[in-house]
Write a protein that binds this ligand. Structure first.
Ligand SMILES: Cc1ncc(COP(=O)(O)O)c(C=O)c1O
Length: 286
């Protein structure tokens, strides 16, 4: 398997990053995961747009010529790894780069950012899409810049581990009494045929799949209210589901051992799944 690192394609095991890299030392970087179906990038421009927002948010100066090469590099990588057929993902990470001595403030003058891309085959979580997932609730202990897709994912990885240790698939994070998102997906609730979602704000990542869901809802005549659901009102809602690049659209049927609504995937999530599946596999425009 080849990866791309700072201008070169190299075998994965030969790729080396400096121990002085601020990604390693401070988690000072951003990432994106993009889905590819038979060589077709799903919502590529949206991912590139969010990457740009993240780089600007962290004040990482990636040279425009390098940024513009990302689609070309991604395709070359997929070709080299034989991932242009079937399903795949491209992982991209940009850190502020390597600098000594270790200082909290940014290196001055700036150093070259580290640019890393890898690709992997992907298998959708079909069983979870069909049957729904079990989750636990956890406290959302993340910072207040969750709109930036940074590589600082400790609260997310710890929440996922907590879910694993509880014998369930994922977690629903709760901040100040309201449901925000899962460790790696956005959350939608449905009540009486209306969708509710936490508004795009510094407290959630504005997922690319979330944006697709909102368009599918609009096209399907499903009203959307940009308000989060309170955790103590969970028993009143009919459906809850996750959306994400590798999650797709996953109904959540049990939280903390209690059924959500009927405890089975409902009509709203099925309608959204159908629209999203068209987007992935039938090249529908959203
Ligand atoms: C915290 C968080 N929220 C939401 C998402 C979903 O975003 P996207 O649909 O862009 O994959 C992710 C994806 O990794 C995530 O990590």
């Amino acid at each position: 398997m080849q990866v791309y690192l700072n201008g070169e394609f190299v075998e994965q095991e030969e790729a080396k990053v400096s121990v002085a890299d601020r990604g390693f030392v401070f988690g000072d970087g951003v990432y994106e995961v993009t889905r590819i179906v038979d060589g077709r990038f799903i919502m590529e421009n949206e991912h590139l747009g969010r990457l740009e927002e993240g780089l600007n948010g962290l004040k990482i100066n990636l040279h425009k010529s390098v940024f513009e090469q990302i689609p070309v590099i991604s395709r070359e990588l997929l070709t080299k790894n034989g991932h242009l057929e079937g399903e795949a993902t491209v992982y991209l990470q940009v850190t502020r780069g390597a600098s000594v001595p270790r200082t909290h403030e940014f290196p001055s003058p700036p150093v070259e950012p580290t640019v890393y891309l890898s690709s992997a085959p992907f298998k959708p979580h079909t069983k979870l899409h069909e049957e729904g997932v079990d989750a636990i609730s956890v406290m959302d202990v993340r910072w207040s810049r969750c709109n930036l897709k940074t590589i600082n994912l400790l609260p997310n990885t710890m929440a996922k581990q907590q879910a694993k240790e509880a014998g369930v698939n994922s977690a629903v994070m709760v901040r100040d009494g309201v449901i925000t998102e899962s460790p790696n997906a956005n959350i939608f609730c449905a009540k009486d045929g209306v969708l509710y979602t936490y508004p795009a704000s510094p407290y959630i990542l504005n997922g690319i799949t979330r944006r697709a869901v909102l368009k599918i809802a609009e096209q399907s005549g499903i009203p959307v209210i940009y308000e989060p659901v309170r955790f103590d009102e969970l028993h009143e809602i009919d459906e809850l589901f996750f959306s994400g690049t590798t999650t797709d659209i996953q109904p959540v049927t049990v939280i903390d051992g209690k059924p959500v609504g009927s405890g089975k995937p409902g009509d709203v999530v099925r309608a959204i799944q159908e629209g999203y599946s068209e987007l992935l596999y039938q090249k529908a425009e959203v």
